[in-house]
Design a protein around this ligand. Structure first.
Ligand code: NIG
Length: 434
């Protein structure tokens, strides 16, 4: 038992949240199924010491565990729902320029790949991003991170991929780092040098892949600016052979591998992700039954990004139900970017994961928290509320977690805490379930 009298201030809770009507820790036993993994506690409380969770459980446990409330700030959650902060495992938050005209063309019938092949799409954002200063990109990134915090996102993966020269990719990564350093969100960075073939390399894809493998990856790894690398494996972008070369360079330089696969055309991308030992295979609208089995066998996480399926007006959504039934770990992301998902709305992603990917609300919440944390190798650190994990949580304007998906697109976050600090507190703390 703790001896309160001998505790110094560093060990005493700095923040206590009580009167929690429904606490969903996402720290339960996953082998017992989604409901057990959610580990729901009614009438609960949380104690935070510094940036860590000290206690998360029944309210009575504060006294039973002799937790010294001392001078802790106390926050009354008003009987509402508390979950871990959302983890967004796939975004492209840093970019310059505007693609609303392209959006209008797509609404009139033009396809995403046709626009890219005609030098627009990603390549239009590349031109704008190359022309932008590191400072202005950092500011854009910081503003967008603020909007993610409004949604209750406390950990976010951000990719480069609109520079496509060594200097411009490093500029993007430094801009992300600069924005991350002044943000309370946890930001995990991915080098996406192989996002599109830049115009100056048309007809010389092998040479460009050499630049990614021999210059970009080693520099990004050595500077510590990226933890992961990613490849857009798609017709008109990069091939399985390119991805294999990049995977080897990533492994030689200690970067984890993430892949964009089977998004627009069926290319055996999930099987490739399994062969290459990727951490995450994302998109998967066109995954095959063999691809599902491969991900399950190899323990590769499936990254579902239903907002982009909607935004690209595709009719086929990734088969979340089949993936979950096959035992594949699932992560959700908004895929925020200017071309295929101009939306930071995490609640919309949660709802679409249920309505279009076939997950249950419990599975979607797990995929937005502990599942996404797993795909970023942050197990036990983010996406769950248990002693020792980072104190990232949200008080929602709801009393039942199913409302996060059911009340479609509703930003429920009323209070957002990241690293033990209250970032948002927009009262009154009342439910909008009515
Ligand atoms: O994940 N598919 C490739 N990359 C992004 C889209 C980027 C863009 O269009 O600017 C995606 O959907």
């Amino acid at each position: 038992m703790n001896d309160a009298s001998t505790k110094n201030d560093l060990e005493r809770p700095s923040l206590v949240i009580d009167n929690i009507g429904q606490l969903v820790t996402c720290a339960g036993d996953r082998a017992g199924g989604p409901e057990s993994a959610l580990a729901i506690v009614d009438d609960a409380a949380i104690a935070i010491v510094g940036d860590r969770i000290e206690y998360a459980g029944p309210a009575a446990g504060l006294a039973e565990n002799d937790i010294d409330l001392g001078n802790a700030r106390q926050l009354d959650a008003g009987g509402l729902l508390v979950t871990p902060g959302f983890v967004d495992s796939h975004t492209h938050v840093v970019f310059a320029g505007d693609r609303s005209a392209e959006f209008a063309h797509r609404c009139a019938g033009a396809s995403y790949l046709e626009i890219l092949q005609a030098g627009g799409g990603i390549l239009a954002t590349v031109r704008a991003t190359r022309a932008a200063s590191e400072e202005s990109l950092a500011e854009l990134c910081a503003d967008r991170l603020e909007r993610f915090a409004d949604q209750g996102v406390t950990t976010i993966e951000v990719k480069s991929g609109y520079g496509l020269t060594l200097a411009d990719e490093l500029k993007m990564l430094r801009a992300i780092r600069q924005a991350a350093d002044s943000s309370p969100l946890r930001v995990e960075t991915t080098l996406l040098g192989a996002h599109a073939l830049p115009e100056e390399y048309q007809g010389r894809r092998e040479h460009y892949v050499s630049l990614v493998c021999e210059d970009m990856i080693p520099e990004a790894a050595e500077s510590g600016l990226a933890r992961f690398t990613d490849v857009f494996v798609e017709e008109g972008a990069f091939t399985a052979r390119d991805a294999s070369r990049i995977a080897k360079a990533a492994s030689d330089n200690g970067l984890g591998l993430r892949l964009h696969v089977d998004q627009l055309t069926a290319g055996g991308g999930a099987e490739l992700a399994a062969d290459l030992g990727a951490l995450s295979a994302d998109h998967l609208e066109e995954i095959s039954p063999e691809g599902i089995r491969s991900l399950a066998r190899a323990g590769v996480c499936a990254g579902l990004l239903p907002t982009s399926t909607l935004f690209l007006r595709l009719t086929k959504y990734a088969p979340g139900r089949e993936l979950a039934d096959a035992g594949v770990a699932i992560a959700l992301g908004t895929n925020f970017n200017p071309g295929s998902a101009m939306s930071e709305n995490h609640s919309l992603t949660l709802g679409l994961a249920c309505l279009r990917n076939g997950l249950t609300p419990a599975e979607a919440l797990l995929a937005s928290t502990v599942g996404a944390a797993g795909s970023l190798r942050l197990e036990g650190e983010a996406g769950c509320l248990e002693p020792g994990s980072r104190a990232d949580l949200v008080v929602h304007r709801a009393t039942d977690y199913r409302h996060l998906a059911f009340h479609l697109g509703m930003p429920h976050a009323a209070v957002v805490v990241a690293g033990g600090r209250i970032l948002r507190e927009s009262g009154p703390l009342t439910s909008c379930q009515g």
